[in-house]
Write a new protein. Structure first.
Lengths: 133, 175
């Protein structure tokens, strides 16, 4: 599968404009604006609750963003499914642990890439939450 | 319950379009940050322009409400800088990390775990941040038109013209 030539995707202006229409309909019919990062807070709350339920229920930020499954939570799960459907139905799915551009610069070591992705994730989410984005 | 189903369907279509636009992969995200490939910027600004016109139209017709986040310069600027640093290391943003996993990019999973940890760390620091960084430059729910005291369509038209000029420049430079 990895050796197959990937078909060209859609024009990014067109795909982006369609995403814009999707947002209009979402706001119109359900009043929901898209977002993703709050879901990571709720997800973290869920995980922490397993180990320290009482502590989580008293933490200000988890009181503000309760660990619960809401519209955005399902939206974020949907992104994974939608991407999976699009990729597998168009010969565009690639099982890959190290991106090509990364490999060209830093080599094929999976641990190095995984560590950087994890640390980058910690920093990115801290910043996103601080900026309330 | 309905709300959850709407969320899932909206997410599926959004993820489908992100994948079709080829904007969720590391090489595209880093390509934009390295100013080599503007695919994700084309996608994002197209989304913004279309949604901006549609949502303001619906608002003028009294059919929808805007959802405006409060401006807090301390949090927005410092948080934005920190986010950018982490984004460049990870190569996915919060939403696209899920999409990346959907098209088989397993390094996105490490990013998701990292972001869950990052959210947990932020929750620990929130009481301290709330009384410091998040009190610097608080402006409340402002928008560019309300700040300038002009009609929002003037801002929308100017923004649209600038975006089209930027798109034309991208195409000329083959970015």
């Amino acid at each position: 599968m990895n050796n197959q030539e990937e078909p060209k995707g859609w024009n990014p202006y067109l795909a982006g404009a369609l995403a814009g229409l999707l947002i209009i309909f979402s706001v119109w019919f359900t009043g929901k604006y898209v977002g993703a990062s709050t879901t990571f807070v709720r997800g973290a709350g869920f995980i922490e609750k397993v180990f320290a339920s009482e502590r989580v229920s008293k933490m200000e930020y988890f009181v503000k963003e309760l660990p619960k499954i809401d519209w955005q939570w399902m939206f974020v799960v949907g992104i994974l499914l939608g991407s999976l459907i699009s990729a597998t139905t168009s010969k565009s799915f690639r099982s890959q642990a190290v991106p090509a551009m990364w490999e060209g610069r830093f080599g094929p070591n999976k641990t190095k890439r995984a560590t950087t992705a994890f640390v980058g994730g910690v920093i990115a989410m801290f910043g996103a939450r601080l900026a309330d984005g | 319950m309905n709300e959850l189903i709407y969320g899932l369907i909206t997410g599926i279509i959004f993820g489908f379009l992100l994948q079709k636009g080829r904007v969720i992969r590391y090489d595209k995200q880093l390509g934009a940050l390295r100013l080599l490939d503007m695919t994700i910027v084309k996608f994002m600004l197209s989304t913004v322009i279309v949604a901006m016109v549609g949502v303001y139209l619906l608002k003028d017709l009294g059919l929808v409400k805007l959802s405006i986040k409060p401006t807090i310069l301390g949090g927005n600027i410092i948080g934005g800088l920190i986010f950018g640093f982490g984004w460049a290391l990870l190569g996915y943003c919060p939403g696209t990390s899920l999409g990346a996993v959907g098209e088989g990019r397993w390094d996105g999973l490490w990013g998701i775990l990292g972001m869950l940890a990052g959210a947990a760390v932020f929750a620990e620091f929130y009481p301290v941040l709330k009384t410091s960084v998040l009190t610097w430059g608080v402006y409340g729910k402002i928008t560019i038109p309300t700040m300038l005291g002009i009609n929002h369509w003037i801002v929308i038209v100017i923004f649209a013209i600038l975006t089209v000029l930027l798109f034309r420049w991208f195409e000329k430079k083959r970015l």
